[in-house]
Design a protein around this ligand. Structure first.
Ligand code: PEP
Ligand code: MG
Length: 756
């Protein structure tokens, strides 16, 4: 049969990409790839081999023309056979007759000996080896140079799609069939550098989120036990009791956010389509563990394909439920279905997952970077769970229970650490603990060496932060991030619920100032239960005050709750991400409207709240003077301000080295805001993480910022730094830094100050 022109062949590759959509599984996609390629090349055989990262072996994953039994079983080492050689040497190999080639490897039972012509081209993505695409034919010397070019073109175009397929199959393999010894740790995966997002040092065994590997082993173990429908019913009851207990514990520990956080679990347990289906499968003769695995897998598949983000979020819940059921089927187990004492490694984490992990007593977290929401970090800190974010994907393949040392001060992960390494880290942790003992010496007020008062306030995310705020003798709350209860729950907290939370904060602080920031959602912090527009650049989209002004009913509910809670107290309300005086005036107008309503309804409230602006945008820096004229107070949110001045996404690990507080543009912007606000004699504070950065504190004081708001646990160390500084010194440092025009000059200056 006449072969098509190679041009046709290359052009028609687009249809291969289209196949992906029509396929129901990764395997079926690859199977369609081989038949389409075989058809175009008019070749009798076409195969795709993918490189298994852990064993460095090529695995036959799709084929047309050879013995189908070999799919998933035929493995070749790198360099083994013509196929292995092509990938090892990163070149196409064309042989007139495969069996006569010096590289040929005979595969018993493959029927390969019927074919002569052999053409293998490596599939690469960038420089990464992905696999090999092979065509064979019975006719000797059937393929020519043009065929080689064409197959190379196909392999190139399919590189990234096939790589994705490989990742998915890998995941599938881990979930279903792999034996533990197949998941081998590559030797160099010992020390991994990441970013410390929530501090602490933990040495513990690791597990992957969703207990994927444990469940596989559990299901295997359970096979021998021959369990019955009654055993499953018993497991169901135990699971429900456990979840109810965790839910209750959460409600007392974290009342502002815990509301029915495990409701999806409980509902599914009651759902006929879930537990009912498991029972029906058991009655049809399946073992309970197989029935659980089947139904759980079906739900995972259903949820992950759903267009509704709320349902997609439930994948983790189903996995968790499946794990608990399997665990509870096992007669020996206690409540060890939790993550108690473990370091959890996860690819994706929602704010609500952090709560669930805290409730299930996870000790530490490693998050493989995938666009981490800044709230995940904030919550981990509030819940005191050490967290390191890294880009090292291979951590996800660590065998269950691998000992891991998590140094979430430095951002290091050490896999299988030696005993002496663990000892030295324990010593560091002890020293850190001693530093925490500083807390006993913390004073209620703070001043520089030469007597200038600096007020240290606390950033608060959850009600459970309040005891620490009191212990650290914070002079007030400089930033309450009101969105956390919104983000973690499954629906909007009512005006009444919000009122209760805000009132609790004011009562606990007993008259000390409290600044409530209105809802700061959007950007990387979406509400899964509220339909959002799909934004190409969410950080530049409908965020924070923009969202509130666009959704006035939600905004009014929050303002009403705040005004009511503030009755009898000084009340400070601050708007996030204000980009113009007009934004502020619009927001103030809504506050006035709410005051008018409450007055009309005769509801007790605070009719004269102080209204403030967060300076987080370059545009706000430009009009800081006018904003200061209108607002009662201003607070600089440097976490966002740095990101917007430098155009560096604060959640993107790829550019984290460019996120630099010491950038001259940032320093000069801070100075301009301070000058503009202080000239108008308005209160100015700073509430980003910069407020606790030892290197930056002298600069901030030097430009006149005398209110710092920070995570309360850092108050003792910041107090020590401030007390050791004189204002004259701080001003000199600020002046010197403002004269520098290059990042490196500022860095060198700061290093010299540190050394002296
Ligand atoms: C900031 O942007 O500096 C800030 C304090 O707000 P958040 O970190 O909540 O965005
Ligand atoms: Mg911010």
């Amino acid at each position: 049969m006449k072969k098509e022109s190679n041009v046709d062949l290359i052009c028609s590759v687009a249809e291969l990409a289209g196949l992906f959509e029509k396929s129901t599984s990764v395997e079926s996609f690859l199977q369609k790839v081989v038949s389409v390629v075989a058809w175009h090349m008019k070749a009798a055989v076409c195969s795709v081999y993918l490189l298994d990262d852990s064993s460095q072996e090529l695995v036959l994953v799709a084929n047309q023309g050879l013995n189908p039994e070999l799919i998933g079983k035929l493995r070749l080492k790198l360099g083994e056979g013509i196929t292995g050689k092509a990938l090892q040497e990163l070149r196409a190999i064309r042989e007139a007759s495969g069996p006569s080639s010096k590289f040929y490897k005979f595969i018993p039972g493959s029927f390969e000996d019927r074919y002569h012509a052999f053409l293998a081209v490596p599939i690469l993505r960038g420089l990464t080896r992905v696999g090999v695409l092979v065509v064979q034919d019975a006719q000797k010397d059937y393929f020519d140079e043009n065929d080689t070019k064409a197959l190379r073109a196909i392999a190139t175009q399919l590189g990234s799609t096939i790589e994705n397929a490989r990742l998915l199959m890998d995941l599938h393999r881990i979930q279903t069939s792999a034996q533990p010894d197949e998941i081998r740790l590559e030797p160099e995966l010992g020390f991994i550098r990441g970013t410390a997002a929530s501090q602490g040092i933990i040495f513990a065994k690791s597990t992957s989120l969703g207990h994927v590997q444990t469940d596989r082993l559990l299901a295997e173990e359970l096979k021998a036990l021959h369990q019955t429908e009654d055993d499953f019913r018993h497991a169901l009851e135990r699971t429900e009791l456990q979840i109810n207990d965790i839910q209750k514990e959460m409600e007392t520990r974290l009342e502002d956010v815990a509301s029915l956080i495990f409701s999806a679990h409980l509902l599914m347990l009651k759902d006929d389509a879930f537990s009912g289906d498991i029972l029906r499968l058991i009655r049809k003769g399946l073992s309970p563990q197989t029935a659980i695995v089947q139904v759980v897998d079906r739900f995972i598949e259903l949820f992950s394909r759903s267009a509704n983000p709320m349902l997609r979020e439930k994948v983790q819940d189903v996995k968790d439920l499946g794990h608990r059921l399997l665990h509870n089927l096992h007669p020996k187990t206690d409540s060890a279905s939790d993550y108690k004492g473990q370091i959890v490694i996860a690819k994706e984490l929602l704010p609500s997952d952090i709560f669930k992990l805290a409730a299930q007593k996870a000790q530490g977290l490693i998050l493989i970077e995938s666009g981490v929401s800044s709230h995940v970090t904030i919550l981990a800190r509030s819940l005191k769970i050490p967290l390191v974010i890294t880009r090292e994907e291979r951590l996800l393949k660590l065998p269950e229970d691998t000992p891991v040392l998590l140094d979430a001060y430095q951002g290091h992960v050490i896999v299988n650490p030696a005993a002496n390494v663990v000892c030295s880290y324990e010593a560091i942790e002890e020293a850190n603990q001693k530093a925490h003992d500083l807390e006993a010496q913390v004073r209620p007020t703070t001043a520089t060496d030469d007597g200038h008062t600096i007020r240290l306030m606390a950033n608060v995310n959850l009600l459970s932060d309040l005891p620490v705020v009191l212990r650290m003798k914070a002079e007030g709350i400089g930033l309450y991030r009101s969105e956390l209860p919104f983000i973690v729950r499954n629906d909007f907290p009512s005006e009444e619920e919000q009122h209760r939370i805000y009132r609790r904060i004011l009562e606990t602080m007993e008259g000390r100032p409290v600044t409530f920031r209105t809802l700061d959602i959007g950007g990387d912090k979406m509400l899964s239960y509220f339909p959002s527009v799909n934004e190409a650049n969410p950080f530049l989209g409908l965020r924070a005050i923009r969202f509130s002004l666009r959704n006035k009913d939600i905004f009014c509910q929050q303002l009403r709750a705040l005004l009511r809670a503030g009755h009898g107290y000084e009340l400070k309300i601050m708007f996030p991400l204000v980009s113009s005086v007009d934004d502020f005036v619009d927001a103030r107008h809504v506050v006035q409207e709410c005051i008018r309503q409450l007055t009309q309804e005769g509801v007790p409230h605070n009719g004269q709240p102080l209204l403030g602006v967060m300076v987080e945008l370059p545009s706000a820096v430009e009009v800081a003077g006018e904003l200061a004229q209108e607002a009662d107070f201003l607070s600089i949110g440097t976490n966002d301000l740095v990101q917007y001045i430098l155009a560096v996404d604060r959640t993107n690990a790829h550019v984290s080295d460019m996120y630099l507080s010491q950038h001259p543009a940032v320093l000069r912007s801070l100075k301009r805001v301070a000058d503009a606000v202080l000239a108008r004699k308005k209160e100015l504070s700073l509430c980003g993480d910069m407020a606790r950065d030892p290197q930056m504190i002298p600069f901030l004081l030097g430009i006149g910022i005398n209110i710092l708001s920070l995570d309360a646990s850092h108050i003792p160390s910041v107090q020590t730094i401030v007390s050791g500084l004189s204002m004259t010194q701080a001003k000199a440092q600020a002046d010197a830094m403002l004269r520098l025009g290059r990042i490196n000059e500022v860095k060198a200056y700061l290093a010299s100050q540190h050394a002296s």
